[in-house]
Design a protein around this ligand. Structure first.
Ligand SMILES: C[S@@+](CC[C@H](N)C(=O)[O-])C[C@H]1O[C@@H](n2cnc3c(N)ncnc32)[C@H](O)[C@@H]1O
Length: 226
């Protein structure tokens, strides 16, 4: 997963930590309403949510980016680079935080939601969030450059026909010269109704969240396996 590994490398510089911490607090509040012992964080990224989860639950994280998993493990959380369909354990709760579902095209998303159902115990909950149309059009689309002493990052995102294409370029100083790495990440916009229709889980609640603006840029969805 080279493209996501480059995202992992630049993530500390793009300044999402505070907004994501607010999102984690919403998840923790929602999780506290259920009886949970075991929890899986799918697409756990840098492990910051796992740091919270492990204080309260028997928690594990997985991510498809090995670079992300190394960053998470260095914080002392239980994270592995393995795909969801390779797991055999069942959990009381599963979370997929910060638009993980938007990384999947429709076919992958269908399979992903089946895998989530398979990995949930009966009565278990799945909580995830997806970007709203406003989130894609007004928050994520656009260009950003970050100029630090020894590195330069350019992020360029275009949203068209419900698809966000993001190009990331990283220049890193190595001695007297610069290395250049590039990545291309695609994300897909989904309406809540679409996700509800393709999932066999029961949708319990949908909340609007405004992380980066006053207008809702994410929906948080809570599903239950009956
Ligand atoms: C925007 S980041 C969010 C990370 C983390 N949940 C957080 O709150 O910071 C999306 C994450 O999803 C991961 N990801 C993308 N596709 C995945 C897949 N098929 N399975 C597991 N993780 C995936 C990426 O590597 C990345 O770490």
């Amino acid at each position: 997963m080279q493209h996501l590994d480059l995202y992992a490398k630049i993530e500390p510089f793009i300044g999402f930590d505070e907004a994501y911490e607010n999102l984690y607090q919403i998840y923790l509040q929602k999780l506290s309403q259920y009886k949970i012992d075991t929890i899986l964080d799918v697409g756990c990224g840098n492990g910051n949510l796992l740091l919270h989860l492990q204080k309260k639950y028997n928690s594990q994280g997985i991510d498809i980016s090995n670079q992300m998993v190394q960053i998470a493990k260095a914080k002392g959380v239980d994270a592995r680079c393995i795909s969801l369909d390779k797991l055999t354990e069942k959990y009381d709760a599963i979370v997929a935080v910060a638009d993980v579902l938007n990384y999947f095209n429709i076919e992958t998303l269908k399979q992903f939601l089946k895998d989530i159902e398979n990995r949930l115990k009966t009565g278990g909950v799945f909580i995830c969030d997806i970007n709203t149309l406003f989130g894609f059009e007004e928050v994520t689309a656009g260009s950003l450059t970050i100029d630090k002493e020894s590195l330069f990052i350019a992020i360029d995102s275009e949203f068209e026909d419900d698809v966000l294409e993001t190009k990331i370029t990283l220049f890193e100083q190595k001695g007297h010269s610069f290395t250049k790495e590039q990545a291309h990440i695609t994300q897909y916009y989904y309406e809540v109704k679409e996700i509800e229709t393709i999932s066999a889980l029961r949708l319990l609640a949908v909340d609007e969240v405004s992380l980066f603006s006053d207008i809702p840029d994410k929906h948080i969805l809570i599903f239950k396996k009956d």
